[in-house]
Design a protein around this ligand. Structure first.
Ligand code: DX5
Ligand code: ZN
Length: 222
């Protein structure tokens, strides 16, 4: 089970400090939300921020591109130190080329599906990806409530993975807290992005280990 705190919910004036805090709290990955003000109605930060944070930790950098034109961003983020780059299925027929390009940069490959988008849109690519991101809120902002209706998508993705003997990770992102993480784990998720519910905690290490324990138990059917 992977717990990935989302830097979007940290103090924007203290990114380096917050990255070190997540690393010391034994987060498995750091989730970095890149918003371009076009694909989503918000702007976050770019490759230069990722590059300077790369010096602070060896943690896996999970870069989530909520961007209309990722073609021009893949190389800059790979060079900045991304370990995994996720693009969105909503980009349609540009998806295959983008997945190939990420792979060719030596970075792990992720594909995300927004709440209104059917999981069938990701299905043709399952053998080509390392991670499938099922968005559990409409992307753009942290702190939104979890959309329950996304649970069947997680179940479907887990069924495809099992039936086809594939091993992509199933990541959930948006409104993930101790309770909703457990629901997602029961549905088949194994990678949990959580912003507000983790960075908002004084004792981040405790919150992360509590979530890891809860989802591990849930996945084991306990
Ligand atoms: C939403 C982002 C998320 C966000 C999650 O657009 O993709 O990664 O940081 O934040 P919470 O956990 O607060 O919903
Ligand atoms: Zn995200």
């Amino acid at each position: 089970m992977i717990i990935a705190p989302s830097l979007l919910a940290s103090d924007f004036g203290k990114f380096a400090k917050e990255t070190i805090r997540a690393s010391k709290a034994k987060a498995d990955w750091l989730h970095l939300d890149i918003m371009d003000g076009h694909f989503v109605p918000n702007i976050s930060f770019g490759p230069e921020v990722v590059r300077v944070l790369r010096r602070e930790t060896k943690m896996t950098f999970d870069v989530h591109l909520m961007c209309s034109n990722p073609e021009i961003l893949l190389e800059p983020f790979a060079k900045a130190g991304a370990d995994l780059i996720t693009i969105h299925a909503e980009l349609g027929d540009r998806v295959p080329q983008l997945l190939w390009k990420i792979r060719s940069l030596g970075v792990k490959v992720g594909l995300a599906v927004n709440p209104p988008t059917g999981i069938a849109n990701a299905e043709p690519y399952l053998s080509q990806i390392d991670l499938l991101l099922v968005m559990t809120v409409n992307p753009g902002f942290g702190g939104q409530p979890f959309i329950q209706e996304m649970l069947p998508k997680i179940q479907q993705a887990a069924a495809w993975r099992r039936e086809r003997g594939l091993n992509f990770r199933i990541e959930v992102d948006g409104g993930i807290n101790q309770t909703t993480a457990v629901e997602c784990a029961r549905a088949g998720a194994d990678t949990f992005v959580s912003g507000t519910a983790l960075f908002g905690q004084r004792q981040l290490g405790r919150a992360i280990s509590k979530m890891r324990q809860a989802v591990t138990r849930a996945a084991a059917g306990q």
